[in-house]
Design a protein around this ligand. Sequence first.
Ligand code: V0D
Length: 239
Amino acid sequence: MFELVHKNKLPEHVAIIMDGNGRWAREQGLPRMTGHKAGMDTLIDIVGCANELGLKIVTFYAFSTENWKRPLQEVSFLMQLPEEYLQKELHRLIEKNIVITVMGDLEGLPGNTSVAVKKALQATRNNKGMILNFALNYGGRSEILNAVKRVSRDVSDGVLDEEHITEEVFSSYLYTGGFPDPDLLIRPSGELRISNFLLWQMAYTELWFNSILWPDFKREHFLEAILDYQNRERRFGGI
Ligand code: V0D
């Protein structure tokens, strides 16, 4: 299926909601944590596939601002995963020239999690390859509110003129600052929602859903989504 992808019509930026880990575990009578671990194997495989295809940016929704409502022991487990992922994968990401970026409120994370993430940002910041972007402690509405507050501060400080607040300028205040908007959103596991992910940025994003749970999501599903995207006609509101 890899060969069927048109390398000259690739989406530049693909966003992915890694959903269905808990349900996958429950269906097999396993603890939810085992589902999250299996989800990490899928993440590693899909990152490899995205890089081989030549995508410029992939954004994974790892932890939302709403996920703090989960049981404390699950939250604590999840917060160890960035460190675990980086211990296992960082050397390979560096080998592949991949840049790690994160969007979300890093200051609101446990110390060891933010230390591990900041080290990875440092270690890959001069790389020139694919951008591997994690939405971590991220919420779309809170991102927009945070941007509004900083815009209004710049206006009252006289750094920014109200007339100069265009869509481009406003976008630069979002976490995704310099990134192009996602061309394609992939959400497996059967949920048909955006769930507070990249609200501003997804104005014209093509949406692709299937009902495979994330731990069962394979390269073939990813390629199916890319091929489907390549067969769509994007009009951005025009005719
Ligand atoms: C659990 C499946 C990697 C989805 C993947 C704290 C749920 C494994 C990261 C990660 C999680 C985040 C930032 C970073 C490097 C790696 C991650 C979380 C959950 C939430 F810079 N996997 N992963 N973060 N899971």
